[in-house]
Design a protein around this ligand. Structure first.
Ligand code: FE2
Length: 490
């Protein structure tokens, strides 16, 4: 069995190719992209922002996990059929300090330690805000997000760092702002809304919900406390609820305190323990909070949620356990076969009977779901997601998969064998006629040329291949999340 999986792994990609995409990119660039296959649609107007770890080492000292890497933001501005590229590091306090001395000064949540063994790390619990997870433009501010701290604000035209931002006094000193806000496009006569959260963990965990209008003005803020340690990276919204999956994990911080492990390495999955589905009313009414039990699984990301009568549906990427890497191992050498693969599951929550049913929609290894932004919080037909080339087994993401959730039809665009894809971002056409009438923007790593491409796919039929492929002059390390801002250009 082990041998068969190895064979399938070798058929879809070469490990050395994959590893090259994790090389640091210390350079900052700014140029008009002139090496383009195909044609950039002239009506694609706006800026594609993407965030992710830019450094996988500090002056040769290796970062233990990519999630610990300093945030580097890319901006690809589309303007009348041309595209301009810019990347800059978020000049966080930690980035500036470490670059100045040329060595690791901070421990990372995912296991990066200061050189010198546990005695150098013991009792050092301060965290470096690496601002590396997401990037959004909201209320006139461009914000680099990291879930355990406040966002950093950047200048949207230059990507220069302005500084830590408390959202006009909304965030209290030390308060965090998660990296997964959900945006609801004007519903029921309301304007656009941004809903986000922060979590304070301990023996019990407190979730604070923030809801903003399109000017960035706070409309609602409410907090709710639940028993147990909650590892919450993402949430979904419906018109009435914010929905969280409390993963069945425990957190024993002893080895973190003693300087032996990163905080996230002290999280342990509890097999056969139900996942708690937490529904918090958007109106903040504590009496309407519901907690339901679902099959055990581990969730980083949700795709979408919606209400239908007395039921709520949630589509999520589920792992059968927490996919953590052995603390002694280098992530570049991970054995994919030893880690669970993400699958797309649909949960049907019956609020009256407090029952949850689950259905597997896609068992191919997949992550980073996206959809038409106007379908967030309501029923939807088309889901786009990064996936493995092979239909089974765990492997790096090399294809973009489109799933028609009504007909169950699939379309695939593959970058294999030497291409590796990140999160797709859906951009609707201005005169959008159907839910899939738009483009998908994907930053992919091309190992054959050790560079990255910005790939534009027609979301109606991704199997046709890219409408345009923009070759960058360099590579961008594998990233995390991004967004599209159409309102930056006048
Ligand atoms: Fe995420």
């Amino acid at each position: 069995m082990q041998q068969q999986l190895k064979t399938s792994e070798m058929a879809s990609y070469n490990r050395q190719d994959w590893v090259q995409g994790y090389k640091s990119q210390p350079q900052e660039y700014e140029y008009w992209i002139d090496d383009i296959e195909g044609q950039i649609p002239p009506d694609l107007q706006g800026t594609f922002f993407r965030n992710g770890p830019g450094l996988l080492d500090i002056n040769g000292q290796k970062i233990h996990h990519p999630f610990d890497g300093d945030g580097m933001v890319c901006a690809i501005k589309f303007d009348n059929g041309k595209a301009h590229f810019c990347n800059k590091f978020v000049k966080t306090e930690g980035y500036v300090a470490e670059q100045k001395v040329g060595k690791i000064l901070y421990r990372g949540v995912f296991g990066t330690q200061k050189p010198g063994g546990f005695l150098t790390n013991i009792f050092d619990l301060k965290m470096k805000n690496i601002a590396n997870t997401n990037i959004i433009y909201w209320g006139g501010k461009l914000l680099a997000l990291w879930e355990a701290a406040a966002p950093y604000r950047l200048d949207p035209s230059t990507l220069e760092t302005i500084g830590l931002d408390d959202l006009d006094g909304v965030l209290k000193p030390g308060e965090a702002f998660a990296a997964h806000p959900r945006i609801e496009r004007g519903k029921n006569g309301n304007g656009d809304r941004l809903v986000n959260f922060s979590v304070k963990v301990g023996l019990s965990s407190t979730i604070t919900i923030f809801e903003f209008d399109s000017d960035g003005k706070l409309l609602h803020r409410h907090a709710h406390t639940f028993p147990g340690f909650a590892f919450l990276h993402d949430m979904v919204i419906t018109p009435n609820y914010c929905i969280f999956f409390q993963n069945p994990v425990i957190f024993n911080p002893l080895r973190f305190i003693l300087g032996l492990r990163g905080a996230a390495e002290c999280i342990q999955f509890i097999p056969n323990h139900p996942t708690q589905v937490i529904l918090i009313p958007r109106n903040g009414n504590q009496e309407e909070v519901k907690v339901l039990e679902a099959d055990p699984c581990f969730v980083f990301h949700h795709a979408n949620a919606w209400e239908d009568g007395g039921e709520v549906f949630v589509d999520s990427i589920c792992y059968e356990s927490f996919p953590n890497i052995d603390s002694g191992a280098d992530f570049r050498e991970i054995n994919f076969d030893s880690l669970p693969a993400g699958e797309l599951w649909r949960f049907r929550l019956n609020l009256q009977e407090e029952m949850v049913e689950k259905e597997v929609i896609e068992s191919r290894c997949c992550e980073f779901p996206t959809l038409h932004p106007e379908r967030v919080g309501e029923s939807y037909r088309y889901l786009y997601i990064g996936a493995a080339e092979a239909a089974s087994g765990n492997a790096p993401l090399q294809v973009i998969l489109k799933i028609d959730l009504v007909t169950k039809e699939r379309q695939i665009w593959s970058a294999a064998p030497r291409g590796f894809v990140g999160e797709p971002v859906f951009v609707p056409r201005n005169s959008c006629k159907s839910e899939d009438d738009g483009w998908l923007l994907v930053l992919m790593y091309d190992a054959a040329n050790h560079r990255s491409d910005v790939v534009i796919l027609d979301a109606v039929d991704i199997s046709k291949g890219p409408v345009a492929r923009l070759h960058l002059k360099h590579h961008i390390p594998y990233g995390l999340h991004g967004s599209f801002a159409s309102n930056l250009l006048s």
